[in-house]
Design a binder for this molecule. Structure first.
Ligand SMILES: *[C@@H]1O[C@H](CO)[C@@H](O)[C@H](O)[C@H]1NC(C)=O
Ligand SMILES: *[C@@H]1O[C@H](CO)[C@@H](O)[C@H](O)[C@H]1NC(C)=O
Length: 400
């Protein structure tokens, strides 16, 4: 069956540098003051992703000293317990993560790297009993490939756990191919093209504790920071100290590489990591709310195309808007879900209180939109439903 997916709305084509952007904003404000009411910003040309993709291939316009464009290819890593009969079971939330990347980014390919041997991949996917594995395997542009993860560092230290091995796969594929690396619990919320085209070799984000989190990385192939990250990881790895080779190393390099000024852009935490893995910062992601606890959206002003229309129903929202359980995620590009935290930070009782009748991340949980997570990923899941992506796949609405 050939499925036709509608094209996305054109992404805003940002080719300005940050400085240029500030300048443009100031001049825009000045222009607005001089304009008569009813001036329509539609007269600014907003090009489609296609236009801009072509023109930025060899384009240096607007970028600082850098002319880098990060390729629009997505990488996930999915390592499974080695076995003669490996299983490849995607839960619902991983389908959502992969589909969101597919839907918002329209990437050239979505690569899923696994330790399952190449010749076993097809059969492993076929053998899966999970409807979500089937749904992922039917998506156009998804490519599952074998990648041998290292089980020792170059100095002979054992890397026994799959999540640790996966860290080394991440840098290996980014240095080789470049692109957009996403942890399997990183949910894209909008197109990343503007960030890919800012002229930086690497684009990363702070997490709430002020460190840089390696769960979302945009990168050009073969750049220096990534080469060094890949190499130094072996040196930094300490089996007894969590993530020295991952979070601590990336945080260190991203600061040390500020000097060559096109190497790395570090974005604020709301960009990719609006929440954090510790209890109080984690709960607001998946906490299910009652209808009677329903809060208004933080900000509801609509229509930035036409100043007259915008100003007619305009409300200013003060700090009270932040008291709503609904996080305003409109400035976020990715929602990292801290799934491992949801498993380790709460006991069964606390998790039950969080997910209530849904029990976990299920289609029903997302469709209810009674949590920040559900509200954020709903448009992508709705798109999948409306466009027949799940047609012919038997699944249960309450199956995680
Ligand atoms: C902006 O909206 C107003 C009110 O709907 C309309 O009268 C006006 O023509 C619009 N301006 C343009 C330039 O489209
Ligand atoms: C390896 O991964 C496990 C599971 O996520 C984690 O508990 C452990 O701290 C990691 N080890 C290192 C060295 O980061």
């Amino acid at each position: 069956m050939i499925m036709k997916y509608p094209a996305l709305k054109p992404a805003c084509n940002v080719r300005w540098t940050l400085a240029g952007f500030g300048l443009a904003l100031v001049s825009l404000l000045l222009v607005f003051q001089l304009l008569p009411d009813g001036f329509n910003t539609k007269s600014f040309h907003i090009s489609s992703p296609k236009d801009s993709e072509q023109s930025t291939l060899k384009n240096t316009e607007g970028s600082c000293k850098g002319s880098a464009t990060i390729p629009n290819i997505v990488h996930f890593v999915h390592l499974v317990k080695p076995s003669p009969n490996p299983t490849f079971e995607f839960p619902f939330r991983q389908f959502i993560a992969i589909y969101s990347a597919w839907y918002y980014l329209q990437p050239e390919t979505i690569n899923i790297y696994t330790n399952v041997e190449e010749h076993l991949i097809e059969e492993t996917i076929k053998r899966s009993t999970s409807p979500w594995t089937k749904a992922v395997s039917k998506l156009p542009k998804v490519k599952v490939s074998h990648h041998t993860p290292p089980d020792h560092t170059t100095s002979g230290e054992a890397i026994p756990k799959l999540p640790n091995q996966s860290d080394f796969v991440r840098t290996g594929i980014l240095r080789e191919f470049g692109g957009i690396y996403l942890d399997e619990d990183a949910y894209v919320l909008r197109d990343l093209a503007p960030l890919r085209r800012m002229g930086f070799q690497n684009v990363v984000g702070y997490q709430l504790n002020g460190q840089i989190c390696p769960a979302v990385i945009l990168s050009t192939p073969g750049n220096k920071l990534m080469e060094w990250y890949h190499a130094l990881q072996h040196k930094a790895f300490n089996p007894n100290r969590w993530a020295l080779h991952a979070t601590d190393l990336l945080s260190t390099l991203a600061m040390d590489f500020q000097e060559p000024d096109d190497q790395v852009l570090v974005l604020p935490h709301n960009t990719f990591f609006p929440y954090y893995w510790r209890g109080n910062d984690l709960k607001p992601i998946c906490q299910v709310h009652d209808k009677d606890l329903d809060a208004p959206d933080a900000v509801t002003n609509k229509g930035t195309q036409n100043l007259t229309e915008y100003s007619e129903n305009f409300h200013l929202y003060g700090p009270e808007a932040l008291e709503s359980w609904k996080t305003d995620l409109r400035s976020s590009y990715v929602l990292h879900g801290w799934t491992s935290g949801i498993e380790t930070e709460f006991n069964d009782q606390e998790r039950d209180a969080m997910f209530r009748k849904f029990g976990g991340i299920t289609p029903d949980f997302v469709l209810a939109q009674s949590s920040n997570f559900a509200r954020a990923v709903y448009p992508a899941f709705k798109h999948a439903l409306d466009n027949g992506v799940l047609d012919g796949i038997e699944y249960n609405q309450s199956q995680p």
